[in-house]
Design a protein around this ligand. Structure first.
Ligand code: SF4
Ligand code: SF4
Length: 386
């Protein structure tokens, strides 16, 4: 029976965090002594340079608390992350991680070097190139920030492992898997490969920063910070995501990585099997948590052959940049996996979008630092309930 530790935590004071994280680990039966002499990969969410109060990235003090616990047990923490657009060095430099990495003397792994991870039970791709640093680890500590997400509904423990794929290679996966259900299946392939396919196996513990999270149009600058006041821990990422989703009062049935994850039975086949330890979900659950707009979720109904340019344009939301907010930084163009974005034509101070090429992955919306891109409904999207 998978166990998930759930503890109330309402601030980012390092001492408080350490005490709660230690308590969480104990609740799931993880002995801190396992860190002794271990090379411990610590994987936060460093999507982009962002201030802590935007709740886009895993809080730097949360990361500090974790690496201090590892070091106090004579382990060797290594920061491993590969942001989609910016270099890891830049994201660290432009965030509160700069001070933490320097003060705690943390090794930062080179994110570009990859090795192929093979997993025969995968449903989409049996061979996935991930950052080499994961293969050298004795333990992986996955530190997701709980956020809403336009495609996967929420992002948590399972989705964060997508960051093991380096840089823009991540957005290319959207091009290979334009259907959102297929994309979720691929995320589960990756989850399965990392939890069951490593040889020798590397234990993964998920420690979720669900203290200040994002609601609304997460997971980037368009999302809104919201205090959920919780820390979660568990060795089953699907179970951790399920508890966090319930904590936010969101419908687990909208999260394909959870629903399909149950079907695959990666150590948990239903919500009823999850044992929550510490505080109860009911005691900490919030009301009126704002989900991401359901358009992407609804668009899952559109499968090949309906996922053609004409149908997409009529039925699915299109990403539209606003000239009032756009600074022409072209980060959207860099991340677009289908080459659908080109330079401004000079008439409007926004990039040009080719909606025939656009696969509606919404990576541009996620990455835009100005939250300048909005979803505009297709003419007939009302048919899908939008
Ligand atoms: S839409 Fe956003 S990401 Fe794209 S150029 Fe404008 S500001 Fe940059
Ligand atoms: S234009 Fe935006 S939504 Fe469309 S494919 Fe490119 S990144 Fe994805």
């Amino acid at each position: 029976m998978p166990e998930v530790a759930l503890l109330h935590c309402a601030d980012y004071q390092c001492d408080t965090l350490k005490q709660k994280i230690r308590q969480s680990l104990a609740l799931i039966g993880f002995d801190e002594k396992n860190f002794n002499s271990a090379r411990v990969v610590v994987k936060p969410n460093l999507l982009m340079p962002a201030k802590e109060d935007r709740a886009i990235i895993t809080n730097a003090e949360f990361f500090r608390a974790v690496v201090q616990i590892v070091k106090e047990n004579k382990g060797h923490p290594v920061l491993v992350e590969s942001p989609a657009i910016h270099s890891l060095a830049r994201v660290i430099k432009k965030t509160a991680y700069a001070a933490v990495v320097s003060e705690e003397a943390i090794e930062v792994a080179e994110p570009g070097r990859t090795r192929t991870l093979s997993y025969d039970a995968a449903r989409k791709f049996c061979h996935i190139d991930i950052s080499e640093a994961y293969f050298d680890a004795d333990i992986i500590l996955n530190l997701p920030k709980f956020k809403t997400h336009g495609i996967t509904y929420i992002t948590g423990a399972v989705k964060l492992l997508f960051g093991a794929i380096p840089g823009v290679e991540k957005s290319k996966m959207h091009f290979r898997l334009p259907d959102h259900e297929d994309f979720a299946e691929f995320l589960l392939d990756l989850y399965g490969a990392m939890t069951c396919g490593m040889n020798p196996p590397v234990p993964i513990v998920h420690l979720m920063d669900a203290i200040c999270v994002q609601e609304g149009e997460g997971p980037g600058p368009a999302g809104k910070p919201r205090w959920l006041n919780a820390i979660l821990a568990g060795d089953n990422g699907i179970a951790v995501d399920c508890v966090a989703t319930r904590l936010a009062g969101l419908d687990v049935n909208n999260v394909s990585t959870i629903v399909n994850g149950f079907r695959r039975d990666y150590g948990v086949a239903s919500e009823a099997e999850i044992m929550v330890k510490g505080d109860s979900i009911e005691a900490l659950q919030v009301e009126d948590f704002e989900p991401a707009t359901g358009s992407s979720v609804r668009s899952n109904m559109f499968r090949w052959p309906l996922n053609t340019p004409t149908f997409k344009n009529l039925f699915l939301d299109r990403p539209v940049p606003s000239s009032e907010k756009c600074t022409l930084c072209y980060q959207c163009r860099k991340i677009c996996p289908s080459d659908a974005i080109s330079a401004s034509d000079g008439k409007k101070a926004v990039p040009r979008y080719d909606y025939k090429k656009c696969i509606r992955c919404y990576c541009c919306l996620e990455i835009c630092p100005e939250a300048a891109i909005e979803k505009q409904p297709g003419r007939f999207s009302w048919i899908l309930g939008g």
